[in-house]
Design a protein around this ligand. Structure first.
Ligand code: SF4
Length: 339
């Protein structure tokens, strides 16, 4: 059976037209689901009885459930169990500008980044659109508050699940539904160049974040096998074209690994790669995990790296650390479960 939270506005319109209903019913369905949080169509009082019955017999709703939660004061980490008993994670973070959720887009990941706990467990499958939507709804219902921004940066490579992720973005962005503004949606990729090129052609105002994590090809290939398929040069040129097409600033994610990518030479190489581009660099203190040898760069090294970039004319920030007391590294909660 299909899932009702797989349906974007276009798909709802198509469905209602097929069953002989007016297309404006799409707006009402979206309002019931995401604004009024009424998930069972049998309760949609402005729909005819036979339409409600058709909806009930055609679609499922709520197929994933919260299995476990861990929290410290500004962060809550959720482990979800899917219908087929697979597990994924999402993280809720409280910022001074609102609540943001980082969601998963796949069960496991095949990109094999050597510092990543999520990638340690290979991809089992792509998430369906509804499984991404439900992560947000279950969290909103759990805390009884609205989420104001979404980051697709949890388990999985979102551009490796391109179609479902785009449907998900359309659904959460719909102004009659969750109404999360495109500028509050960030998609993070390890650098699937052909998909970045597709993305730039779409009329989307979302934020693109590139997980760069290295300042030269040799190091990047060691840390991120994707670099062997799409080299740093190809990736940087794709970023240039993306900026040219969309006129949007791109975020460059750079995880700080002690004695791996955090020295002065790395900082200067990064300046050479990025100077003059409409990007900002987000330096990420690493979340250590017991399975992976990398260690977090000490604070003074991160600050020095930051200073060099800043003096080199690069827009740069250091990401606030969230949830270091809980299983904060992406994929850590799931790997405890999968073991
Ligand atoms: S960092 Fe992202 S792309 Fe790389 S293995 Fe982890 S989840 Fe996959």
């Amino acid at each position: 059976m299909k899932h009702i939270m797989d349906l974007s506005r276009e798909s709802f319109i198509k469905y209602f037209e097929e069953i002989g209903e007016k297309s404006f019913k799409a707006s009402q369905a979206i309002e019931w689901l995401y604004d009024k949080k009424s998930y069972d169509p049998i309760n949609w009082s402005n729909f005819k009885n036979d339409t409600r019955e058709k909806l009930v017999s055609s679609f499922n709703h709520f197929m994933i459930k919260i299995k476990k939660k861990e929290e410290d004061n500004l962060t809550k980490k959720y482990l979800f169990e899917l219908e087929d008993n697979n597990h994924i994670e999402a993280v809720l973070m409280e910022h001074d500008y609102g609540l943001s959720v980082c969601i998963s887009s796949q069960v496991g990941c095949n990109m094999g980044c050597s510092f990543c706990e999520s990638g340690r467990l290979k991809k089992v499958r792509n998430l369906e659109t509804y499984e991404m939507v439900e992560q947000i709804l279950l969290i909103e219902n759990d805390i009884n508050k609205r989420i104001s921004s979404v980051v697709i940066m949890g388990i999985g490579e979102p551009l490796d699940n391109y179609d479902n992720v785009l449907e998900f973005i359309k659904i959460i962005n719909d102004d009659k539904g969750l109404a999360i503004g495109a500028r509050h949606i960030t998609l993070s990729t390890c650098g699937l160049v052909p998909k970045i090129k597709l993305l730039q052609e779409l009329p989307l105002q979302i934020n693109l974040a590139i997980s760069l994590h290295a300042s030269n090809n040799e190091l990047r290939s060691k840390l991120m096998p994707i670099n062997k398929a799409y080299s740093l040069d190809e990736l940087i040129s794709a970023i240039d074209k993306y900026i040219e097409h969309t006129n949007r600033r791109v975020t460059i994610e750079y995880v700080m690994l002690n004695d791996v990518n955090d020295n002065e030479v790395n900082a200067k190489e990064l300046i050479n790669l990025l100077k003059g581009k409409n990007v900002y660099v987000n330096l990420i203190p690493y979340n250590e995990t017991s399975h992976i040898i990398y260690k977090k760069s000490p604070k003074d090294k991160i600050l020095k790296f930051y200073d060099i970039l800043k003096k080199g004319g690069i827009n740069v920030t250091i990401r606030k650390e969230f949830g270091s007391k809980i299983s904060a590294a992406c994929g850590q909660l799931r790997s405890k479960e999968v073991k």
